[in-house]
Write a protein that binds this ligand. Structure first.
Ligand code: CP
Length: 311
């Protein structure tokens, strides 16, 4: 049986550990392609990809575009400001029009949880979720796990602390699903309002003091406060948040010597992470970005029906 048979990538919750490992293995092969002097392969020649981003993006949009170009696909970027969503056209009609233009793959970022699933159920084109509301951001979860695996032999048994606004974070959810499936011990850390106990149902621990996990974490993944999704105040003020949950230089000094410091970006220097820490020796933040390209090449390749590892 093929290790990958899906048309779409909608989230990591629905993937098996074997499917996650298969994407990571394929991404490893594509990372090798990116390190050659000629960084292009013909794997998706003749295929058309449309990036349709209804929310802003720097990393995800540019790396999906570059990934498609490196696979020799034709790629078009459509942003909400330039689309007829502005004139009242629905998401479904917009996507049907993109399909009518023979888009083989549509990469969708949208503010509503379930938007990617909604299109995947209605279109023949492959749909790749580039972030849907506070639900999932599967390629971010995959690139985070890929980055950890480049530095550590295995995920199993590692203690990964995810810190910050978990409630509104699609990155947190995709990380949790992948890490738990691969055997990591995950602790979510943040204010009670942003990290409710109900998350324990996902097989993780919940903690409300960053200081309690510093000495045991093998990986610490800082998340920004998702102000754009919050409709009320979830903590008294930024100063208090920083004093309790910011990874300052003093706190970073208490981490294990080989602890990996991660952040999906965009970072807010001086809030969830100090500049010195973000730019320090243990930070793999920019390596995450580099790895995002390989992971997205792998996802495009597999969803387009690619079989076997690229040579
Ligand atoms: N990590 C991430 O999704 O970044 P962008 O919003 O810039 O794509």
């Amino acid at each position: 049986m093929n290790a990958w048979t899906r048309k779409d990538l909608l989230g990591l919750d629905e993937l098996s550990p074997a499917e996650i490992r298969h994407i990571l293995e394929t991404a490893r092969a594509f990372k090798g392609v990116g390190e050659r002097s000629l960084k292009k392969v013909p794997a998706l020649r003749g295929k058309t990809l449309i990036n349709f981003f209804v929310e802003p993006s720097t990393r995800t949009l540019t790396s999906f575009e570059l990934a498609a170009l490196r696979l020799s696909a034709d790629v078009v970027n459509l942003s909400v400001g330039a689309s007829s969503l502005q004139k009242g056209e629905t998401l479904k009609d917009t996507a049907l029009n993109l399909q009518a233009l023979r888009a083989d793959i549509i990469v969708l970022r949208h503010s509503s949880a379930g938007a990617a699933r909604f299109l995947a159920d209605r279109l023949e084109s492959s749909i790749i979720n580039a972030g849907d509301g506070a639900h999932e951001h599967p390629t971010q979860g995959l690139l985070d796990v890929f980055t950890i695996l480049e530095k550590r032999e295995k995920i199993e048994g590692l203690h990964v602390a995810i810190v910050g606004d978990i409630l509104f974070s699609r990155v947190a959810r995709s990380n949790i699903y992948a890490l738990v499936k691969l055997g990591a011990k995950v602790t979510l850390v943040g204010p009670t309002t942003l990290v409710p106990k109900v998350f324990e149902k996902l097989g993780v621990r919940v903690a409300h003091k960053l200081d309690d996990v510093l000495e045991t974490a093998d990986v610490i993944n800082l998340l920004r406060i998702q102000h754009e999704r919050q409709r009320k105040e979830y903590f008294p003020g930024l100063g208090e948040y920083v004093s309790l949950f910011g990874l300052t230089k003093a706190r970073a000094a208490r981490l294990k010597p080989d602890c990996l410091i991660m952040h999906p970006g965009p970072i807010n220097r001086g809030v969830e992470i100090d500049s010195d820490v973000a730019d320090g020796l243990h930070s793999v933040i920019l390596e995450q970005v580099t790895n995002g390209l390989a992971v997205r090449m792998a996802v495009l390749y597999l969803c387009a029906g690619g079989a076997g590892l690229p040579s």
